[in-house]
Design a protein around this ligand. Structure first.
Ligand code: UDP
Ligand code: MG
Length: 311
């Protein structure tokens, strides 16, 4: 029989060989002080830098480490999902492997959980060691998402959070492909609370989130929780049709009164290009949703593991 486990710490790992030993040591220290059974689920998201072997070695030394090794890189969000699937604890804590989320903040999350909260998310009160572009784009991202989505996803909140078993069990049933875990965890409801923390600089290596991946994450977040981009085309259509209707009597009047009007190629060209552009953008937006629909329809597994413990 498997022992009852109170805490599952889940860390997605993509080429974090340098940080791994420190992550393990710091988590271990914090968790030993908590004095309850715990496990560390390390999800290797197709690393190519020796992280995979480092995870295996850790698991061999310490049985509390559970390695889940992906067959290739599936992305951070999917790695978190696998963490939910394999975690056995009463509380599941998602943490970045690069030590930007300090494991020392875990006891504070646990305290709130003990008070009866089901989701305790860590809010970035301060960020250190990140460039202005990363900070500005992250800040804009959180605020846009907050404005246009139907669920209220707290701002300045990453994936670092503690979730109760009953929340994780609900999340495990949500198998959408293009996912935004922090949005999903806000969507489920239950009792949620934020705890401020100071985001540290990356321990080693560079960010695994180049601009392209950030953009994809933002698109997933928006399309998963909002129809707003689809509605923009409708609003714009009404606006330009309304403008055209208003323009008709004005043009007729100007013509009858013999007042010279703004004729000329340039005006026509601009109008055609502008509306043509808007139409193409709207088609692109439709395409984003249709592509996602197609992916869902294929119903492929979210990830493929090459090595994993029994679930
Ligand atoms: N990560 C992952 N798969 C990826 C990209 C990132 O599992 O395709 C992991 C990465 O190893 C780290 C976490 O996700 O533990 C957050 O990534 P990162 O620190 O690079 O993002 P940032 O903090 O710069 O936003
Ligand atoms: Mg990071």
């Amino acid at each position: 029989m498997t022992p009852r486990i109170t805490f599952s710490i889940v860390a997605p790992i993509f080429n974090e060989a340098e940080s791994l030993p420190h992550l393990y040591q710091r988590v271990r220290k914090v968790m030993l002080e908590m004095g309850e059974p715990w496990e560390l689920v390390l999800v290797d998201d197709g690393s190519t830098d020796g992280s995979t072997q480092a995870i295996r070695d850790l698991a061999r030394k310490d049985r509390r480490v559970r390695p889940v090794i992906f067959a290739r890189n599936f992305g951070h969000q999917i790695a978190i999902t696998a963490g939910w699937d394999y975690a056995r604890g009463e509380a599941v804590i998602i943490i970045d492997a690069d030590l930007q989320d300090p494991p020392e903040a875990i006891p504070e999350l646990v305290r709130k959980w003990r008070e009866g909260f089901d989701v305790v998310y860590a809010v970035r009160a301060e960020r250190e060691g990140e460039g202005w572009f990363k900070r500005a784009s992250a800040s804009l991202f959180y605020r846009v998402i907050y404005r246009i989505t139907d669920v209220h996803i707290p701002v300045d909140t990453g994936d670092f959070r503690l979730m109760d078993r009953k929340v994780v069990d609900v999340l495990k049933t949500m198998r959408e492909r293009h996912r935004f875990p922090r949005g999903m965890s806000a969507w489920v409801g239950f009792r949620q609370i934020g705890v401020p923390y100071k985001r540290s600089p990356r321990y080693a290596g560079v960010t695994k989130y180049p601009f392209k991946k950030m953009l994809r994450l933002a698109l997933n977040a928006i399309t998963s929780f909002s129809y707003f981009p689809l509605q923009v085309a409708t609003y714009f259509g009404f606006f330009s049709a309304g403008l055209a209707i208003l323009a008709i009597p004005v043009v007729v009047y100007l013509r009858m009164a013999g007042i010279p009007q703004f004729t000329g190629q340039a005006t026509t060209l601009i109008a055609v290009l502008f509306l043509g552009g808007i139409q193409l953008i709207s088609l692109g937006v439709l395409g984003e949703y249709i592509g996602r629909l197609y992916d869902e329809a294929k119903g492929r597994p979210l990830y493929i593991v090459s090595e994993a413990p029994r679930q």
